[in-house]
Design a protein around this ligand. Structure first.
Ligand SMILES: [Zn+2]
Ligand SMILES: [Zn+2]
Length: 444
């Protein structure tokens, strides 16, 4: 471990401090600080919207580096700004929240924290999505940028966003003036660690990265009664069953082949006893898509089919369709993505930059970029390279994000995170605002 870390550290020093070798001592100190912050945050995770200590720690560290820091933006959100002459404005985001997961990694620095969730339940808390890596990386990057102001110019905005896991934090920060009280960025950036790539590598791609996600709750109304006398009832379970089957035809028969959409009915609930026909049935759906027009088409088809099935059965009331949660797709500006792919290749080596297929997960980073800000979102490999190779050879996967066993290989992961962020920021904060704006395609 020590040897590996020393070697990687030497690489980090060379890459990051290439322009001023005399600063390498300082580079080592920065990494040590970032690692210490990681361990502290990992051992003290906080649930979504309750990131009080986490936000205070990050805010304090960034203030010490000379950033102008505003706290409590949209709840526990942190906005840290470093102005360094004329030039573009670039925003880099980290999330702040942990998850209600009991850590079972067995690591010396495993979280033992328990806390009350919003429903008042006593739960274990863990940084099972790696947001602790993102915070430590952002802090290390901030330190490098603050101490090498001769290598860039413009305005750097770092944000600590609360409540990503509940898809509420980015929206609340925007509602609290993230784009109006502070300089509006020309480009926004974020990364996410995962075990899908070994540490040392990053993954990226132009265009859609994550999907639009829509959560629907559908209540189908019938007329209850005795199970032996169906003739006197309108059975909502039968309507629900037909609806579930009919909804499958949207992707199979209505969406154009080649377009991407998912309609999943994650739960169906009705009834209490075998000989009672209930009054109503409830369906819970998650709907995924990339293109806005496909999203619109699928949501309209769900409404049409659901209502028509109820009508066909003679239901006493139209079904209630509640659209209670929605996130837009994460979209990498294609020109920006190609530009930064080149930057990352020359920083990490061509073999360490992997072009990935987009996924169907969702992320509220899209709320930040829905404000018309071109963005770039990339993956940071977190898997121990030896364990990754072993799993590949055995045809298995390492524990994914949100698993109680999720354990990024801290040293190489954090080094690559900092190195990547610094390289990308230095590249973007290096010309005129006009040139940067012209070079990105913006919007989609
Ligand atoms: Zn997560
Ligand atoms: Zn996450």
């Amino acid at each position: 471990m020590k040897l590996t870390s020393g070697l990687l550290f030497a690489m980090f020093t060379i890459f990051t401090w290439a322009q001023s070798p005399s600063r390498s001592g300082e580079g080592e100190a920065i990494y040590t600080d970032a690692r210490a912050l990681y361990l502290d945050i990992h051992q003290n995770p906080e649930l979504s919207s309750h990131e009080i200590q986490t936000a205070a720690k990050l805010a304090g560290r960034l203030r010490d580096l000379g950033f102008t820091v505003t706290e409590h933006v949209g709840g526990t959100g942190v906005v840290a700004i470093l102005k360094n002459g004329a030039g573009p404005t670039v925003m880099l985001r980290t999330e702040l929240d942990g998850l209600p997961v009991e850590e079972k990694t067995g690591l010396a620095h495993a979280s033992k924290v328990r806390s009350k969730d919003d429903a008042g339940r006593d739960v274990s808390v863990m940084h099972a999505c790696g947001h602790d890596v993102h915070m430590a990386s952002l802090f290390g990057t901030a330190a490098v940028m603050a101490r090498s102001k001769d290598t860039w110019h413009g305005t750097l905005i770092l944000i600590g966003q609360p409540a990503e896991e509940t898809i509420t934090g980015a929206k609340r920060m925007i509602e609290d003036g993230l784009m109006t009280r502070f300089p509006k960025p020309d480009v926004a950036l974020a990364l996410h660690v995962g075990n899908e790539l070994p540490a040392g590598k990053v993954g990226l791609g132009p265009g859609y990265r994550f999907s639009n996600a829509d959560s629907l709750r559908i209540t189908i109304y019938g007329k209850g009664g005795h199970g032996s006398m169906p003739n006197s009832t309108i059975d909502p379970i039968v309507i629900a069953a037909r609806t579930v089957v009919a909804l499958q035809t949207i992707v199979a028969r209505e969406v154009k082949p080649g377009e991407v959409a998912v309609v999943t009915i994650g739960y169906i609930q009705a009834g209490t006893k075998n000989n009672i026909i209930p009054d109503q049935a409830e369906l819970g759906l998650t709907v995924r898509s990339y293109k806005p027009e496909v999203r619109k088409q699928v949501l309209a088809a769900i409404e049409r089919i659901t209502k028509a099935e109820a009508t066909a059965a003679g239901a006493p009331r139209e079904p209630k369709i509640e659209h209670y949660e929605a996130t837009d797709a994460v979209y990498n500006d294609p020109a920006l993505s190609r530009r930064l792919e080149g930057v990352l290749e020359s920083t990490l080596g061509k073999d360490n930059v992997v072009v990935e297929d987009p996924g169907m997960a969702s992320e509220d980073f899209s709320f930040l970029t829905a404000q018309g800000v071109p963005s770039f979102y990339f993956s940071l490999g977190g898997a121990n390279p030896a364990k990754y190779a072993e799993a590949k050879a055995a045809g298995t996967n390492l524990p994914s994000n949100h698993s109680s066993l999720f354990a990024p290989d801290v040293d190489p992961t954090l080094h690559t995170g900092i190195e990547s962020e610094v390289a990308v920021l230095r590249n973007l904060l290096n010309g005129s605002t006009e040139d940067l704006r012209k070079s990105v395609s913006a919007g989609h």
